[in-house]
Design a binder for this molecule. Structure first.
Ligand code: C5P
Length: 237
């Protein structure tokens, strides 16, 4: 498949056309941003880690019956994915209190939540991705009730499969963000699942192995990303 013109450049990825209109190529960058772009930096090797980690997890989820945009990894930073129309809703799933939930509701970080929390945010940088509920989503025609039902169902399943899988590598899945896309009449999992979009804590030490190391200036940022790749790949090169 031929790499064509650049269609889009986001904060962490570039997207290129291909000679097949059903597919695009995603190219992962080392650029890191936080707090809606207010904090900027570089995490050396992040693009490689996120590409490989995300593809590895999408393949695992496909094996469990979750449809994703993943098609083929073509280099350490580039992957062919289905050309979806992104649903402009960020879905956040939480198992343990952290980040904005802890701040907003006064629940100390690390508190086990008695029920899994599902949040929706309207994907809009200028507005700072405000939290919405399903009625806002229908009112703004971001998704239909049928689509949002599928999105919620898939999000809970991803949480279950991902949480179980990561536990075998001594990684606790605290929370994460998902995005979905429309492709040939279906809703499929899109974007990425990586240390940029999840909170991963070491189950034994509680050490943070994700983007919070960058957001909060905790040091050993690159090392944390490499550690996640290493644990997921195991023997795989
Ligand atoms: O900041 P907050 O606590 O709401 O983040 C919840 C989860 O969603 C974290 O794992 C974070 O990495 C992810 N997230 C994301 N992109 C955003 C907002 C949150 O990947 N725009």
């Amino acid at each position: 498949m031929k790499k064509g013109e650049q269609l889009y450049e986001g904060k962490a990825k570039k997207v290129f056309a291909t000679d097949n209109e059903d597919y695009v190529i995603v190219d992962y960058k080392d650029d890191a941003t936080a707090f809606n772009g207010l904090k900027k930096g570089t995490i050396v090797g992040k693009g490689v880690v996120n590409n490989r980690v995300s593809n590895h997890l999408f393949k695992m989820l496909e094996g469990k019956g979750i449809p994703t945009h993943f098609v083929e990894e073509i280099s350490e930073r580039e992957t062919i994915v289905k050309s979806v129309k992104i649903v402009p809703i960020e879905v956040i799933v939480r198992n343990i209190a952290a980040g904005s939930l802890s701040k907003r509701l006064g629940i100390p970080e690390g508190t086990h939540l008695a029920h899994t929390v599902l949040e929706y945010c309207y994907k809009d940088d200028e507005l700072g991705d405000p939290m919405i509920n399903e009625y806002h989503a229908y009112a703004m025609e971001l998704a239909t009730p049928e689509e949002l039902g599928k999105i919620a169902d898939m999000s809970f399943k991803v949480n279950q499969y991902l949480g179980e899988y990561l536990k075998t590598m001594n990684i606790e899945l605290i929370d994460f963000k998902l995005e979905f896309g429309r492709f040939k009449g279906d809703i499929i999992l899109a974007d990425e699942i990586s240390p940029d979009t999840c909170r991963f804590w070491d189950t034994r030490t509680g050490e943070k192995l994700d983007k919070d190391r960058f957001r909060r200036d905790l040091g050993n940022v690159e090392e944390a990303y490499q550690e996640i790749l290493h644990r997921l790949m195991g023997g795989e090169k």
